[in-house]
Design a binder for this molecule. Structure first.
Ligand SMILES: [Fe+2]
Ligand SMILES: [Fe+2]
Length: 468
């Protein structure tokens, strides 16, 4: 482990001078990007951040106050104790690839670039949130998420530089050139071009969109391309915190709204909180946009990635007995002659849907927890997840409109009005915006959100998480 090198790493960078030099040339460009597109303001402030100092189970993180530009972005691959075969696909028994097999070069590069592009994109989407933080605790969590997305970019750029030569270096530069929401140079996936205007969207994004990352990384952590597997395993460790921020953030909003409803005779707006119906509309929006990230329901790409042993299913090794996925079908609802019917799809062509199923189950678990919190606060309101067909921009359902229960809405006029009622309106956006005022007194929290149960790393809630 070389933590104090210019680029902290556990991949023996000092023994590969060419690679080290290439990455050292990319590093100042990354920093320029960070200063231009990373968190607005606060770059000179001390933030209580977790930094990787080792990839060991109990030593991988230390907490200290650092300025964000001094965060030790680096390259960390989880070591593997044993040699592992590819484990799934057409050639499960051959040894994992340490280098990229020629015929897999393009698909693998595409997987890495698509994943890599989401990391800086989300930092850009969240760029302006610092000024309206509901507390120093939340401000610190935002920055923790941001620096780690920066590190995930490093992780993907390492793979590109190390394994894809000239093409890889060009792709690494492009990752810093695209911009979220930019008309000319947008980010690759549309979800990552959607604005995150306020903290309610931030919590929904870290809950739902970062969670897509967990499942994509989980599938890539099974990869027969060993460097990818080891990279993704370590990214997953960091990702867990982002999901925690989102899930508990929404719990806190729901709790507070329920409390204000009680205090103000059901009038949450009068109490200065976010009405539960509005929270539900943001859940509808970000959940549906995040479902798009799993790709088409019926996909030959997913079949190819699996056959090549590049991308497995989530928990492929542990969860499944048959690693060929050659047998079996999945029933996928499709639209035919104006109605929803089931189509039998060979399993390998339905692997996006298999991953989406795992994801939805995980989200349903979180919803149960949110509704428990509402019940504890004496509210009878219950939040739900919309059906997977609702408000989709990609795949089988993109050309049609559906209710949140999954019923097809045949009439376009009805559908538009229905979607408008189920998704955040401009008035919702403006109202939520109006509640966003920066709260920066240690231990204080904005009125629209409940404090968390615990501080970070056992610190008190009034700890100075960011020194302003
Ligand atoms: Fe990430
Ligand atoms: Fe993340």
């Amino acid at each position: 482990m070389s933590l104090h090198d210019r680029i902290p790493n556990n991949v023996d960078l000092c023994n590969d001078r060419r690679l080290q030099k290439a990455l050292e040339q990319w590093q100042p460009r990354f920093l320029d990007w960070w200063l231009e597109m990373g968190p607005d303001g606060f770059q000179t402030k001390d933030v209580y951040l977790r930094t990787a100092v080792s990839v060991d189970r109990d030593g991988w993180a230390t907490f200290e106050h650092v300025k964000m530009p001094d965060y030790r972005w680096g390259i960390f691959l989880t070591p593997e104790e044993r040699k592992r075969p590819v484990g799934f696909g057409d050639n499960p028994d051959i040894e994992s690839f340490e280098e990229v097999p020629g015929e897999f070069r393009n698909p693998l590069r595409r997987l890495i670039v698509t994943q890599g592009d989401t990391e800086p994109a989300s930092v850009e989407q969240q760029r302006l949130l610092g000024r309206t933080c509901p507390s120093l605790y939340d401000l610190r969590n935002l920055f923790q998420v941001n620096v780690e997305e920066g590190r995930h970019l490093w992780a993907m750029v390492y793979l590109l530089h190390r394994h894809f030569g000239r093409d890889g270096r060009d792709e690494a530069d492009e990752l810093l050139a695209r911009r979220s929401g930019d008309a000319n140079k947008p980010r690759i996936l549309e979800t990552f071009n959607q604005p995150i205007r306020h903290w309610l969207s931030f919590f929904c994004f870290t809950m739902f969109t970062d969670r897509d990352g967990k499942y994509q990384l989980g599938a890539l952590a099974e990869s027969g391309f060993a460097p990818m597997r080891r990279t993704c395993q370590f990214m997953l460790t960091e990702e867990a915190h982002h999901l925690f921020v989102g899930e508990t953030g929404i719990t806190r909003v729901l709790r507070r709204s329920a409390q204000l409803a009680k205090l103000f005779d059901g009038d949450v707006v009068k109490g200065g909180g976010i009405p539960l119906e509005i929270v539900q509309r943001y859940i509808n929006y970000w959940f549906s946009y995040s479902l798009d990230l799993f790709g088409s329901e019926i996909s030959s790409n997913s079949a190819d990635f699996f056959a090549m042993g590049l991308k497995g299913r989530f928990d492929e090794e542990k969860k499944y007995a048959d690693h060929s996925a050659r047998e079996g079908f999945m029933n996928v609802p499709v639209i035919e002659a104006g109605r929803v019917t089931q189509r039998q799809v060979p399993l390998r062509n339905a692997l996006n849907e298999v991953l989406r199923d795992d994801y939805i189950k995980d989200c349903e678990r979180a919803v149960k927890g949110w509704n428990r919190a509402l019940e504890e606060e004496g509210s009878s309101f219950r939040v739900t997840l919309p059906n997977r067909r609702f408000h989709r921009h990609l795949g089988e359902y993109a050309q049609h409109s559906f209710t949140t229960d999954g019923e097809l809405l045949a009439d376009a006029g009805t559908a538009d009005a229905y979607y408008a009622s189920m998704l955040p309106s401009e008035a919702d956006e403006a109202y939520v915006d109006s509640l966003m005022v920066g709260v920066t007194k240690p231990g204080a929290f904005a009125n629209w959100i409940a404090p968390p149960k615990n501080g970070i790393n056992s610190q008190a809630l009034d700890f100075e998480y960011v020194k302003l």
